[in-house]
Structures are given as C-alpha cells and as structure tokens.
Design a protein around this ligand. Structure first.
Ligand SMILES: NC(=O)C1=CN([C@@H]2O[C@H](COP(=O)(O)OP(=O)(O)OC[C@H]3O[C@@H](n4cnc5c(N)ncnc54)[C@H](OP(=O)(O)O)[C@@H]3O)[C@@H](O)[C@H]2O)C=CC1
Ligand SMILES: O=C1O[C@H](COP(=O)(O)O)[C@@H](O)[C@H](O)[C@H]1O
Length: 499
C-alpha cells in the first residue's frame, strides 16, 4: 500500500468561482477522506469578494455537501481552508499572500511546498504567474507548481505568448496544464488496454484496423457560457484539446518506459504526424455544424442562435466531425474519425475501434437474404458508463453467425463510482506526476493543426447554419464524410444499456 502522503499548500486563484465550487473543493475533500493527503495541508482561496475565513469555510462545506452525501469530518477538513481577498492585478497584495503562506508553512509543516492553481479567466494566467515570481512566492525550500486551466490560448500565437509569459516565472516541469479528459479513468485505461494485452497490441495497426471512431457528444448546450463559446466554438473548445489527446493516446507507439517524458514524447510524435488540413482540403476532412431548435429528452429547446450572449446570426460551430489521417508507418491509410457537439441526442464519450474484415469470410455470402457482416469492434466506454465491450461473432444455426459482446464494466470491479478526473489530477500534481497533463509541445502542435481549420471557417460565411436540430446526432454531412470511405458512424445506441 502506498503510505506516502504529500504535504502541501494549495493556493486557488478564483476560489469563489464555479470550477472551485463544483470540482476543486469536492476533489480535495475526497483525497482527504481517503487519507491520500496528509493532515499537513492547507488551502488558500483568492478572489476579490470580501469573505472571512469562516464564510469561505462554510462555502467549502456547502459545495462538498452538494456532491458528497457522506461528509465525514467535514469541519476538520474545512479548518484547513483560508481566504485571502485581493485583486490579482494588485502587486502589493502578493506580498501579504506570501506572508500568509509563510505562516501556513510553519503551521502545517508543508516544507514550503506550494501549488498555485489558476481557476480564473485565462487573461489573468500570465499576470498571476509573473507576480508569483516577482513577489517571491515561488522562492521556497519546497516545490512550486503552477496548475493552469483551459483554454491555453485562443490560437497558436496567443498560446505561444501565454507560454512565454509563464515560462519567465516557471520551468516547463513546474507547469501542469490541465486537460480534464486525461484524468478520466477510461482515458487513462487506453494505454493499459493497448500495452497490457497481448491480444490487442499486435493488431493495433493499419494491417488489422479499418478505422477508429471517437465520439464525445453532449446533451447540454452552451448554458451560461455563450460569451466564451462564441469566440471558441467546438473546434477550440473540444477538438484542440480533449479529442486530439484521445487520438494521440490511441495512436502513439509503446513508450520505452511509463515515465512522463517517454509517454509525452510518443504522443508528441503522433501530433507531428497528423496530416495538415487547410483551405484546399478542408471539405474533404472536416464538417462543422450548429444546432437549431429541437427536442431534447422530450423537451423543446432553443437553437444556438437563441442562447444568451450569442449573436442571432452566429456562425460559431457547436459541432465538429473530422477525418484525421496520421501519416506514419503504423497508421497510413487508417482514418481516425472524430465528432463532438452540443445539444445532441445523448451524453456519451466512446471510442470504437473497427477491425478489418477477415480475408475470406466463409460465413458471409452475398446474395439472397444477405447476412449482415459484423466486423469485430472494440468499444471503450469513457462516460457516462465506464468499461470495454468486444464485439465478436459466434455460431447461430447452420452456417449463420451472430454477433455477441464481451463486456467489462468498471462499476462491477470497483463497486463504487470511479474518482472524479479532478481528484486524480490534483493528486498527481501534489505528487509531482505530470504524465496526465499536457506538455507545451502538445499544446503547440494541437493549435498548429487546428488553426488553419478555424481560420478557414471564420473566413467562409456559411449560410447552412443551423444544420442539425437539437437532440439529433449532428448534420447529415458528418455521415457523408464517412460514407465517402465506405464507412459509417457506429450508432451510440447500439452500445447503450447492454450491461
Ligand atoms: N467551470 C467549469 O466547469 C470549467 C472551468 N474551466 C476554466 O476554469 C477557469 C475558471 O472558470 P470558472 O470557475 O467557471 O469561472 P468563474 O467566472 O465562475 O470564476 C472566476 C473567479 O475568478 C475570480 N476573479 C475574477 N476577477 C478577479 C480578479 N481581478 N482578482 C481576483 N479574483 C478574480 C472570481 O471571484 P470574484 O468575483 O470574487 O473576484 C471567481 O472566483 C476558466 O479558465 C475556465 O475556462 C475549465 C473547465 C471547466
Ligand atoms: O472542456 C470542456 O469539456 C466539457 C465536457 O466535459 P465532459 O467531461 O462533461 O465530457 C464541455 O462541456 C465544455 O464545453 C468544455 O469546455
């Protein structure tokens, strides 16, 4: 059993915000409840609104209680929380914060270990990082780590500028860029499924795999984030980060060791091998969509253009489907299809690995009654359910076959909900494991891939929007994208409720 319990002070910038309330406080609590962090920890909340320590602690208790029904020792937990109100653009306040951190280092014996978690709007990331260095908050006997939320830039130039700014204050190995998909249990399982199973790795290439499909569909729309989303769209919001991260985990070569450097280095090679898409070939590879009014779960809902803080003539895409080609030896000729969108029929993130048909299928006869040929599929269920399904063919009667499924459901093994992504990522950061955070090179290559696509879309005014009704699985053009290759999206409904 791992008995190492790291000691640290976590400073949350943006401690009165939505992310802190919904994800960060409950995740830190779960680590505390499971005994994964030592009693020697403190959390300092920073934001502008004037709260006392007691009021802040009460907010923490409320937010934890909302997601955790069984809040043992919540008072004890909240006693580790302190609140320090200030405007992060105010230089003088950082010195006061430093004094507080010095006191907490002594009170909690944290050995000067400090994590600065930037849960604030991105325009503050650079300023805060610079102030932390200039005002001496990073100069301690322990470690100083910077956790940065998304979005990391709006495009390559702005991401580069932000990176240069934070690199003045923190070295690359002190920076933990969050991609919360990398904290999901089944995303972390991709490597294990591939590299710990003799039956998969030998087949994991263009000789045996026909195509790989990654779907991340959402039922929710843009909610109250219309202002942000208008400038982002689905390509920046989901493709540049989460979707490309899943592609790189699925396509990377086996790392020589399971170290942060080796794993990241293999992922980076995948991103370097992505076939560039530009104005000359964009329609061959990418499709965009925007939801119109429709019905979700039997409720009539607005279209995107009717949402708050959205331009009534907006051409922002709320859906993207793409065919990604990885031009390397292993994957030449194998399409990686991705699709993601808001206000779709189901909340679901799934990966479907479709294997090639066997060279001569004795059981498949074209002609009368045409039995369906069922390719072998490996389905990785990321969310809401977590597990793996392997689709095989077995004997039905006579010379007919029928598809069957071998299921592994993660709930059955653990017997409890799997940990929140944020809980795992915060724990990794406290322990200094940056494997499930993105290196600058990954961020940079992802923006380089996505930028030409978004600039073409922004420059080409589409008259087609809205082109899919809320509650559907996206525009027809996304089906055509695969049909051109003789492929089709595996319907998510085929994989639901099978366990
Ligand atoms: N919410 C979510 O689910 C997700 C959020 N993110 C990212 O996390 C970050 C935070 O998001 P979210 O929590 O939703 O944002 P919110 O708008 O809810 O919170 C912003 C926080 O920043 C504080 N703040 C704003 N201006 C200042 C200032 N000048 N000085 C000090 N504090 C300030 C606010 O407090 P006050 O007004 O008291 O100053 C508040 O605590 C963003 O980068 C977002 O993109 C990423 C993924 C999911
Ligand atoms: O980063 C983001 O992710 C969420 C989807 O995350 P999930 O864990 O619920 O799949 C998305 O809604 C949001 O727009 C985006 O910023």
């Amino acid at each position: 059993m791992n008995t190492y319990k790291p000691k640290t002070t976590i400073v949350i910038f943006g401690a009165t915000g939505d992310l802190a309330k919904r994800k960060l406080f409950p995740s830190i609590y779960r680590l505390f409840k499971k005994g994964k962090i030592s009693e020697d920890f403190a959390v300092v909340g920073v934001a502008r609104r004037p709260l006392t320590n007691e009021e802040f602690r009460s907010n923490v208790i409320n937010s934890v209680s909302e997601v955790d029904q069984n809040c043992e020792n919540i008072e004890g937990f909240s006693s580790h929380f302190y609140y320090h109100p200030f405007d992060v653009t105010n230089t003088a306040s950082y010195q006061e914060l430093n004094q507080l951190l010095g006191t907490l280092d002594d009170t909690y014996h944290t050995e000067g270990n400090r994590i600065f978690y930037l849960a604030m709007a991105p325009e503050f990331f650079g300023t805060i990082a610079e102030h932390l260095k200039e005002e001496g908050l990073t100069k301690t006997n322990g470690y100083s780590r910077l956790v940065i939320e998304k979005p990391f830039g709006h495009n390559h130039p702005s991401a580069q500028q932000l990176n240069d700014q934070i690199r003045h204050a923190f070295k690359e190995d002190q920076i933990y860029r969050i991609d919360h998909y990398l904290g999901k249990e089944m995303v972390q399982n991709i490597e294990v499924i591939r590299f710990a199973n003799a039956i998969f790795e030998p087949l994991w290439n263009n000789r045996y795999i026909s195509n790989i499909q990654i779907t991340s569909s959402e039922v929710l729309g843009v909610e109250d984030r219309g202002g942000y989303y208008e400038k982002s769209g689905a390509i920046r919001d989901m493709v540049q980060n989460h979707m490309l991260q899943m592609v790189s985990l699925l396509a990377m070569e086996p790392p020589i060791k399971l170290t942060t450097e080796e794993i990241r280095s293999e992922k980076i090679k995948v991103l370097r091998a992505l076939r560039p898409v530009d104005e000359n070939n964009i329609d061959e590879y990418f499709v965009r969509g925007q939801y119109g009014p429709g019905t979700v779960n039997d409720v009539n809902v607005n279209g995107y253009r009717e949402e708050n803080n959205v331009d009534p003539n907006s051409i922002t895409e709320t859906y993207v489907a793409g065919k990604l080609m990885i031009d390397n030896f292993r994957w030449a000729g194998v399409p990686f299809y991705i699709r993601t969108g808001k206000k779709m029929a189901a909340k679901s993130t799934k990966i479907v690995v479709q294997f090639k048909d066997i060279p001569m299928n004795l059981y498949y006869k074209k002609g009368v009654n045409e039995p369906v040929q069922n390719p072998n599929l490996l389905v990785i269920h990321i969310q809401p359910e977590e597990g793996i399904t392997l689709h095989l063919n077995v004997k039905k009667s006579g010379q007919e076959t029928q598809p069957v499924q071998l299921d592994f459901s993660n709930d059955l093994i653990d017997g409890i909900n799997t940990p929140e992504a944020y809980e795992k990522l915060i724990y990794d950061c406290i322990r200094g494991d940056a494997t499930n955070f993105t290196h600058w090179d990954e961020v940079s290559l992802s923006w380089s891939f996505v930028d030409p696509i978004s600039s073409v879309w922004e420059s080409r005014i589409t008259t087609d929007f809205p082109n899919y009704p809320a509650g559907s699985m996206g525009p027809k053009a996304a089906d055509d994208l695969l049909a051109k290759n003789g492929d089709h999206w595996w319907p998510l409904s085929d994989f639901e409720n099978k366990k």
